[in-house]
Design a protein around this ligand. Structure first.
Ligand code: AMP
Length: 278
């Protein structure tokens, strides 16, 4: 089947096939992390829609909206190779009316950790994801664990707003040396890239420990050793469902998450750690 490119809602509605539809929302500049999501969608659904939309609502004025990589033709090649049925690539004006008023607010959970560093970011994410859900009407939507707080908030939105959509999450795809794949990695110089490795190394060091205080301390030590070129925004150990910090009484799976700036590029990463009080 030929890949269909839908550039507005009307085209998307015409192109959307029957049977179970899976949606993979992306901002493009596709890499193997996105491919892993697409493959899960392909394995589960009759019809796979990949959206490619750099969403201005989730960038603040200080963020990198205009610099965000846009590689549409290469993205189409990836989608063709992965057997995607439809790429939805709307213009900003097609997604957002100039007089729009109403959006989704992410609540308290949207203003902690990554949300504290990027005010309004998760409101923008949830608003565009809800709009994509409404336009595409998937039965299944696939997201990466790489953006763990985004994933938690999307699950929260599905529960709180009774959306009839199954959310599937996919483990983070990494380079052989541990660096999590990200569209922003292309901005890293060779030196930046070496410094950036401290993120995944710190998470691994933390995950090797057993108690919250030792996990945080082990990860912090690796981040500190990276020197001033690594400008750490946060390192937190949180409940994956709420993103509240965990303490020594916590039992179960927690997420160790980090954000840091390397050169002009801001990177995030996380790993799961299992805590048991015993
Ligand atoms: P983005 O295009 O960066 O907005 O990401 C689109 C989707 O791909 C989100 O659900 C991300 O969590 C997911 N994603 C991004 N990087 C990775 C990765 N390295 N491994 C797995 N999923 C990823």
């Amino acid at each position: 089947m030929e890949l269909i490119v839908a550039r507005n809602r009307e085209d998307l509605v015409k192109a959307r096939g029957g049977g179970e539809v899976a949606l993979v929302p992306t901002m493009g500049a596709l890499h193997e992390g996105h491919q892993a999501l697409i493959r899960q969608a392909r394995a589960r659904a009759d019809h796979v829609v990949v959206s490619i939309f750099v969403n201005p609502l989730q960038f603040s004025p200080n963020d990198d909206f205009s610099r965000y990589p846009r590689t549409f033709e290469a993205d189409l090649d990836v989608c063709r190779a992965e057997g995607v049925d439809v790429v939805f690539h709307p213009a900003v004006e097609d997604m957002y009316a100039p007089d729009r008023q109403v959006g989704v607010t992410a609540g308290r959970m949207g203003s902690v950790v990554e949300g504290a560093a990027r005010p309004g970011h998760f409101d923008g994410v949830l608003t565009v994801v809800l709009k994509l859900f409404n336009v595409v009407q998937p039965g299944l939507a696939v997201f990466g664990q790489k953006d763990a707080q985004q994933l938690a908030l999307i699950r929260r939105m599905v529960a709180d707003l009774d959306l009839p959509i199954e959310i599937l999450d996919v483990p983070t795809v990494r380079e052989p040396d541990g660096l999590a794949l990200s569209s922003r990695n292309r901005f890293l110089s060779d030196d930046d890239r070496r410094v950036a490795l401290a993120l995944s190394r710190a998470l691994r060091a933390g995950a090797a420990e057993l108690t919250p205080s030792r996990i945080r301390a082990a990860a912090r030590e690796v981040l500190d050793a990276a020197g001033p070129e690594l400008d750490v925004d946060y390192l937190v150990l949180v409940d994956p469902a709420t993103f509240a910090e965990v303490d020594g009484t916590y039992d179960g799976m927690a997420v160790l998450a980090v954000a840091a700036r390397v050169g002009t590029t801001r990177l995030i990463d996380n790993v799961s750690v299992t805590l048991s009080r015993g």
